[in-house]
Design a protein around this ligand. Structure first.
Ligand SMILES: Cc1cc2nc3c(=O)[nH]c(=O)nc-3n(C[C@H](O)[C@H](O)[C@H](O)COP(=O)(O)OP(=O)(O)OC[C@H]3O[C@@H](n4cnc5c(N)ncnc54)[C@H](O)[C@@H]3O)c2cc1C
Ligand code: FES
Ligand code: FES
Length: 1299
């Protein structure tokens, strides 16, 4: 009965809520810090809701909740379950991905569309996206495509590149060309409209099924859903839920001597993760007064608990009313404050209180409200009085101890008041600002009638107003001189603090001035057309995509663009990942204790405080290795790792974040808290070397790491060149940012150890763990189900994770689970190689390359570990008759660098494209033409001495040039740049060659045919991590056995079935698994052949049935052995055209359009391969543009170790118009089934985006400063660097003279 859902449980120490329609009663046994996500996953066992960052920053934990907080209206919305406290959900209804659809009951339309559009790869982010969309459709049943695109800002997907997800979700738009928007009835189609209880209905197929769907808002009476007061005596703390301000006051007063935390949305815990624990928690979300809204005619008063989402909606509602004309501008800014998920839960007061507690925090809300002239009401529990304050008084003068913000009053303005605000961020959305600024300019024509408000966030803890500038501008009439003077005053008065992470003081200062300039340009409206572009901000239109490919019909279902068979499990949350394995009896949770310095010696490990953390059971370190076990997690005598590295530090520390041991505890939260509480002391501490350039200059080269190749005589040839350039470029690292963190579960068995490891390299895990335990390899059974993304980051690092868990399991004799939290993942995982390169290059007078000399230093970190294909990729798709490439690995005090999608290609493209760009500029050549005339040709010898065959790059290039309409778009760009001073565009065209190498040993695969019905199971040693390997293996088996696709299932990788596989990596694992499947199927076919000849009319099932009784072996192991031995057996060729637009004054950019052409041979599954192209390209955009990493120079600690400061691209960083074409009729003569590998090559084309942005910045610099020299490239080319590259200074800003 619906009412019963909200009546208090008999025991007031319990809370009650509905999870997917099922009532859950939770006692007071959990700590107050338990989150809804902890409960859903660990107690309710609904692992479809994922967890990764626990910072409200990635969105994989999204669920939909329905509640009536103010007792007035039921509302349904999506939130981040990872920051939502469990005890605040009393009376709520919660829906997870499993609750809206399943294999058994049928998929929800949202899930269906995601499958149809191939919007899943690893699938780890998928349930979160589904639940966000589900919440949106509840809030807004008829959204436009643009609203949908704007609402998925709280999610990170590292695999797909987002286009397919957006297409799936946008199909629900009222304006979608597919015309497939959804009715609210369909949204909740399986609800019992009367009771809201789980009911039974019929599926389309007539199957009866339970429908534990979320309750629609219309089905439950909000009055009966009104929250009730709570007073819970929890483990270690007390939890209150008062309903009125008076009661809240009483609780505050009663606990005035205790440590208290008031909680509304609790989203701030995503930023300040380690605050607390507190003695008293007060859930203020149901305090009635905090939800009030009043229209006082001259002002609007918002209860302080108004969520930012609701505040936004109200402003939209009032935006056309007199006095509130400025609201649309505020709404525009609110659209980029946090994410929809955070805005649904987070309150206005919560945001302001963050600013109050941490004045450096660049709160967008505070900046805007202060410029607007808003006031806050503050209730004092000591006096029971409410006082009104300006925002500045609140910030500077009010001690908020035992006080509550109750309301925020927003005034109406005169029609002459002009409002403008900005938020300049490292990526388009869901990022905090380098600088935010809000301006109120009271103005009549060009006269400023009274003192303006110039409010800034992100300068330092003190600066809020640019006071001198405000005073100067008061009553001034704007003209060229006044504006120039005002900007100069502002420049002089701002003194930005130096931040460890984020924009430099120089940038933040210039940016602030530029924002005032933008605002004054808008007010002033200069006559000069070219200046007008400065007044506007970049607007991102709706994105779109086009994909063209050929489907071959001769090997079906091979070659067909089919959605993955596993996609339905992924979208419903039924797909199981390693950390979804149910908790076992006696299981221990482990967390890594890691070093906080990068260079020195470990002195003492003090676990005293850690052992006091409730639930912590012990610590294991280097001295606790099992008898006979080696404290080395890299397999000995293994050609891939000719080095050793300690699992746990015994003495020497060579990077910050290195594991010293593990804390073992009853819960993961306790293990993590315990790990943080371990005190490490050090001796012989030294300043680390963290920078590749510094290491290169100091000649800190790993022994034996220098490699060099030369074609012709590069140095001598340079002397003959008509034009010679010399320069440097550099690039930082990139964290792989797989959405499933590193994890292993190790279970001691009667005679060994079962290891469930999220690894790309099960064979290595087996070797490494056996070595660490001092046991034979057959002691260890390694199982790897699918991975939630890997991108190279789960090869080497996974060995240490599995090793630490296995050592703990061996020592304790209990199952041990080790799930690295995001911070330790980021510190410990071997990331992309940072690099520094010096180059010299020359061309003849026509731009033909004469010689290229590159000296590349890659930062290998503390170990000389995996070597990549750097040399073979170094020349990219271009040919210079004389080419010398030398690379050295430098030693720094960082975790060793390892594989990361396109490990050799990303550096190669950065350096070679820089060389070509530089040459083009110096030789006054069109950069596209210069590239074109230097493309590699058939029979040219590559830098590693291979005569190149089947070179298709010219064909790819020419076709792309035509389809992308390069010539006329280049003219458009030039015209645009001529007409606009403060907005510039760039257009680049680049090419990629990616050598593919089928190195031994290959990927063994086991194929079993079941005689009973002819169905087939494939177990491949290739690991599925989103790249569609299982799907291609399924297609291959169906093709070669000539059976329906439905007959084939691929099961998780088990190393004792398919041993000795090396690893899944280097793009070729899908192809090689397919080859192994084909080989196994061929063996089975061969054995069946005599029977087939005897029974020519027998169908497959009958044949198999007979075969068994004739003792024909229906299972076989396939192995792909590379017959064509030259190391480089073929190359994948691609070209891309990228057009960008840059706001010169802020550095913000947009990737306006991308066109790509690829020779992928005959694609095995074009839909899967398109997904690989898109995912790789967007990861490349991250590497080249947004993903900056910062280290503390003294300690070597990684500073941006979470989603708050580290910024992979999100849905609005992708190309706005994205066209991908696969070159037709180009079978790969040496590839498996004529295909080519796809996973890595496209990443290098993202370098084109960097070049196009740089061209735009160069154009501005030339216009403004007249300088035409080549500015060295430093990646990532962030918003900050793009702006700084323009060279604009305060004296360049003007209004065009006399107007
Ligand atoms: C991923 C992420 C991205 C974000 N991005 C941005 C951004 O771009 N720009 C921006 O400005 N902000 C951003 N934020 C901050 C966000 O707006 C705040 O986290 C949110 O508004 C806090 O509201 P809450 O209700 O969840 O507060 P809570 O987390 O519940 O509380 C925060 C603090 O405020 C106190 N508090 C709450 N209500 C009251 C009250 N009525 N009276 C007194 N004290 C109170 C609490 O005791 C606590 O100390 C981001 C946050 C996250 C997690
Ligand atoms: S786990 Fe909740 S947002 Fe990342
Ligand atoms: S599919 Fe989105 S993270 Fe893998």
């Amino acid at each position: 009965m619906p009412k019963a859902a909200f009546s208090r449980p008999a025991d007031h120490a319990d809370i009650e809520f509905y999870l997917n329609g099922k009532k859950h009663t939770v006692s007071d046994k959990f700590p107050a810090t338990t989150t809804l996500n902890d409960y859903i996953r660990e107690v309710a066992g609904l692992t479809g809701t994922k967890v990764m960052c626990k910072e409200a920053g990635c969105g994989c934990c999204a669920v939909t909740v329905t509640h009536a907080l103010d007792g007035e209206a039921m509302e349904t919305m999506s939130i981040n379950s990872c920051v939502c406290p469990l005890y605040s959900v009393d009376g709520w209804q919660i829906t997870t991905a499993e609750g809206i659809g399943s294999q058994k009951d049928g998929l929800h339309p949202i899930q269906e569309r995601l499958v149809e559009h191939s919007g899943t790869q690893c699938g780890y982010c998928s349930p979160g996206f589904v639940m966000s969309m589900y919440g949106l459709l509840h809030q807004q049943p008829k959204p436009t495509m643009s609203e949908i695109e704007g609402s998925l800002d709280g999610h990170i997907c590292r695999c797909t590149g987002y286009r397919s997800i957006l297409d799936a979700m946008k199909s629900f738009g009222v304006d979608s060309p597919s015309g497939k928007c959804i009715d609210i009835e369909d949204l909740n189609k399986n609800l019992c409209p009367k009771t809201g209880e789980p009911c039974h209905s019929q599926t389309a197929g007539g199957r009866s099924h339970p429908c534990p769907r979320s309750l629609a808002k219309a089905t439950v009476d909000p009055k009966s859903a009104a929250p009730t007061a709570l007073d819970l005596d929890l483990k270690e703390s007390r939890w209150y839920r008062p309903l009125t301000l008076k009661d809240l006051g009483k609780v505050l007063h009663q606990h005035k001597t205790h440590s208290i935390k008031m909680v509304f949305g609790n989203t701030a815990s995503g930023i300040f993760k380690y605050e607390g624990p507190f003695e008293v928690y007060i859930d203020i979300r149901s305090v009635k007064e905090l939800h009030e809204f009043k229209n006082n005619k001259t002002s609007l008063v918002f209860g302080a608990g108004t969520t930012i989402g609701k505040f936004r909606k109200r402003l939209i509602e009032y935006g056309e009313k007199p006095g509130f004309h400025y609201f649309p501008r505020v709404v525009r800014h609110l659209n980029v404050l946090a994410s929809v998920l955070v805005r649904n839960a987070g309150s206005m007061a919560g945001n302001l209180m963050i600013k109050h507690a941490h004045p450096w925090f660049p709160s967008d809300l505070f900046t805007m409200l202060e410029a607007i002239g808003a006031k806050v009401d503050i209730y004092d529990s000591k006096t029971n009085r409410i006082t009104k304050h300006t925002l500045m008084e609140f910030l500077r003068k009010v001690d908020m101890k035992l006080k509550v913000v109750t309301a925020i009053e927003v005034p109406s303005w005169t029609s002459q008041d002009h409002y403008r605000s900005f938020k300049i961020t490292p990526r388009w959305q869901n990022a905090h600002a380098y600088i935010n600024a809000a301006f109120k300019i009271p103005v009549n024509q060009r006269k400023i009638t009274s003192r303006p408000n110039i409010v800034l966030g992100g300068i330092n803890a003190e600066t809020v107003h640019a006071l001198k500038t405000e005073a100067f501008l008061e009553k001034k009439t704007l003209d060229d001189e006044v504006v120039k003077a005002a900007l100069k005053i502002m420049f002089d008065e701002l003194q930005p603090e130096t931040l460890e992470v984020g924009g430099s003081p120089q940038y933040r200062r210039q940016l602030s001035v530029n924002l005032l300039y933008k605002t004054l340009l808008e007010v002033f409206q200069p006559m000069k057309f070219s200046l007008q572009s400065g007044a506007l901000s970049l607007e991102r239109p709706l994105s779109s995509g086009l994909q063209t490919y050929q489907e071959k019909q001769d090997k079906l279902p091979m070659g067909k663009g089919l959605p993955k068979k596993t996609a339905p499990f992924q979208v419903t949350g039924e797909a199981k990942y390693t950390n979804d394995i149910p908790m076992m009896l006696n299981e221990l949770q482990a967390a890594l204790v890691t070093t906080t310095i990068a260079k020195g010696k470990l002195d003492k490990i003090d676990t005293t405080e850690a052992m006091k953390v409730p639930g912590v059971l012990g610590f294991l370190g280097a001295s606790d290795m099992p008898a006979g076990g080696l404290n080395n997690f890299l397999p000995l005598n293994y050609p891939v790792f000719p080095v050793a590295d300690e699992l746990f530090v015994s003495e020497n520390i060579d990077y910050a974040g290195k594991p010293v041991g593990v804390i073992l505890a009853e819960t993961q939260a306790a293990a993590e808290e315990g790990a943080r509480a371990v005190k490490l002391t050090y001796k012989d501490v030294e300043r680390p070397v963290m920078d590749v350039k510094e290491a290169a200059e100091k000649n800190m080269i790993h022994e034996g790491s220098t490699e060099s190749q030369e074609r012709g005589n590069a140095e001598a040839a340079l002397k003959e060149a008509a034009c010679v350039v010399e320069g440097e470029c550099e690039m930082g690292t990139q964290y792989q940012f797989f959405i499933e963190n590193q994890v292993a579960v190790c279970v001691p068995t009667e005679d060994g150890m079962d290891i469930y490891s999220a690894t790309q390299a099960a064979d290595m895990v087996q070797r490494a763990v056996a070595q660490m335990l001092g046991k034979p390899m057959n002691y260890c059974n390694v199982t790897t189900n699918r991975l939630g993304g890997a991108f190279g980051g789960k090869i080497v690092t996974s060995l240490g994770i599995a090793g630490a868990a296995a050592v703990a399991a061996e020592v304790t004799g209990r199952p041990v689970r080790l799930v690295g939290d995001l911070s330790s993942n980021m510190k410990y995982t071997s990331k992309r190689w940072p690099l520094y390169a010096k180059y010299k290059a020359g061309c003849d007078k026509d731009g033909n390359l004469v010689s290229v000399v590159i000296d590349l230093y890659v930062d290998s970190g503390h170990l000389n570990c995996i070597t990549s294909d750097l040399i073979s990729l170094s020349e990219c798709a271009y040919y210079s008759p004389n080419f010398k490439f030398t690379f050295k690995k430098v030693l720094t005090n960082k975790v060793f660098a390892g594989p990361a999608r396109g490990p050799g290609q990303v550096p190669a493209c950065l350096v070679m494209e820089t060389v070509l760009e530089h040459l083009a500029k110096a030789a006054k050549q069109d950069p596209i033409r210069l590239r074109e005339i230097n493309l590699m040709e058939e029979d040219q010898t590559s830098i590693i001495g291979i005569v190149m065959k089947h070179v298709t790059i010219k064909k790819v290039w020419d076709r792309l040039k035509q389809t992308a309409d390069v010539k006329s778009r280049q003219e458009d760009v030039n015209r645009f740049n001529k007409n606009n001073l403060w907005r510039k565009r760039g257009l680049s065209m680049t090419a990629v060659k990616y050598d593919m190498d089928y190195a031994p040993p290959g990927l063994p695969t086991h194929v079993s045919v079941f005689a009973g019905d002819g169905t087939v199971t494939v177990i491949t040693s290739g690991v599925e991590m989103g790249q569609g390997l299982y799907m291609k293996a399924t297609q291959a088996a169906a093709y070669r056995l000539n059976i329906p696709l439905e007959y084939v299932k691929v099961r998780p990788n088990q190393n004792n079935v398919t041993p000795n596989s090396l690893m899944t990596g280097g793009s070729v694992a899908s192809e090689r698994s397919v080859a192994s499947v084909l080989s196994a199927c061929d063996q089975i076919n061969e054995r069946l052949q005599p029977l087939r000849e005897k029974m020519p009319d027998a169908d497959w099932k009958t044949l198999c049935g007979y075969a068994m009784f004739m003792a024909i072996d229906l299972s076989a192991e396939g192995h792909h052995v590379n017959q064509n031995s030259p190391m480089n057996i073929y190359a994948t060729w691609m070209a891309g055209v990228v057009e960008t637009e840059v706001d010169v004054l802020t550095g913000e950019f947009q990737v306006k359009r991308v066109d790509m052409m690829a020779d992928f041979g005959e694609s095995m599954n074009p839909i899967v391969d398109i997904g690989q192209v898109e995912g790789a390209f967007v990861m490349g955009l991250g590497a080249y543009l947004t993903e900056d990493i910062f280290y503390n120079k003294e300690t070597g600690q990684l500073l941006n170790d979470g989603t708050w400061e580290y910024k992979p691209p999100t849905t609005k960083d992708i190309p706005i118009d994205w066209r991908i074409h696969f070159l037709p009729d180009t079978p790969n003569p040496v590839g498996i089934l004529s295909s080519k590998a796809v996973g890595e090559p496209p990443i290098g084309l993202a370098m084109g985006a960097l070049l196009a942005i740089k061209q735009a910045a160069d154009s501005a610099r030339e216009d403004v400063t007249g300088e035409q020299t080549f500015v060295p490239i430093s990646a990532p080319l962030t918003v900050e660097k793009a702006q700084m590259a323009t060279g604009i200074q305060v004296n360049h800003l003007h209004m065009g003279g006399k107007n």
